[in-house]
Design a protein around this ligand. Structure first.
Ligand code: ATR
Length: 271
């Protein structure tokens, strides 16, 4: 029987994951099936169990089920425990469910792909929701000189800084606490979805700085649109999407796919 994988979400129709994993499977000559599955909003655990009973070997998990996936795992990776979220489920021995999260490593790999060094750099992370919590451990593991987290609701940024303080130099607060320049500014808010721009001051970017938006689209996001004229080099979240998928694929199949052709394919499909 062909090994089955899927991505769970709601809605899930527009997910690019089936396309990405089909390409990885083709490239690495793996026989597998990967579909998009819409789980009911109040029934994620049941949907996962039914998938496993039907022969499912693993799954990706996206909005809004990453916390539900976290809650149902029998075993969790260290980074998933830190993220309090799971985007990759794996069926282990005795049908037990192992959970990991590959979002953060996806970001770090994407930065490395573009030769954006993190070590010794001063990094600003904008936002303090689930998406940001998911990237902090892999980011701090790269040993930046400092990570500053700012958020509209300052208390959430302060909490994140507190929760990750054992992993490196990190501080958190509201936008009014911002000072100095940054080598990399990462937008991890969902503000671009509503066409909004977080209230960032001018003069934020150090010379040769990068602006990174974890979101992506056919057009530059509002944040990247703002950052370009202020001198930053720009990256959107498309590469992170491909790299997190590659890491999930590796966890399931123990084979590392090439991401460059898939990046190219997706970029073209956006236009
Ligand atoms: P996600 O899983 O995408 O992180 P989330 O946990 O709901 O979703 O977090 C959304 C993040 O985007 C939060 O940091 C939120 O700020 P608040 O904590 O103050 O709500 C931020 N955000 C959303 N819309 C925003 C906007 N228009 N301006 C600034 N920040 C915004």
């Amino acid at each position: 029987m062909t090994d089955r994988y899927c991505v769970f979400g709601n809605p899930i129709k527009h997910s690019k994951s089936p396309q990405i994993h089909a390409e990885f499977a083709h490239q690495t000559q793996q026989a597998l099936e990967y579909t998009a599955e819409e789980a009911p909003l109040d029934g994620f655990a049941g949907a996962w169990r039914a998938f496993v009973d039907a022969g499912g070997r693993g799954a990706n998990v996206t909005v809004p089920f990453k916390s539900d996936a976290f809650a149902l795992c029998d075993t969790l990776s260290h980074r998933a425990r830190r993220a309090e979220a799971v985007n990759t489920l794996i069926v282990g021995g005795n049908g037990r469910t192992y959970g990991d999260t590959t979002d953060g490593i996806g970001l770090v790999r994407d930065l490395a792909y573009h030769r954006v060094g993190v070590a010794g750099k001063r990094i600003l992370v904008v936002g303090a929701g689930g998406a940001v919590r998911g990237i902090l451990e892999p980011l701090l593991a790269e040993q930046p000189s400092e990570v500053v987290v700012v958020n509209r609701t300052a208390a959430k940024a302060e909490q994140l800084a507190h929760d990750f303080a054992d992993l490196g130099a990190i501080s958190g607060g509201g936008f009014d606490t911002l000072s100095g320049q940054f080598d990399i500014v990462i937008n991890g808010t969902s503000a671009s979805l509503s066409g909004d721009l977080p209230p960032l001051p001018d003069g934020l970017f150090a010379p040769h700085a990068w602006a990174y938006d974890m979101m992506y689209g056919a057009e530059p996001t509002v944040f990247l649109h703002w950052a370009g004229p202020r001198g930053a080099k720009l990256l959107d979240g498309l590469g992170m999407l491909v790299e997190q998928a590659a890491e999930s694929f590796f966890l399931w199949r123990n084979v590392r796919p090439e991401t460059a052709p898939v990046r190219e394919m997706l970029r073209q499909s956006l236009n």
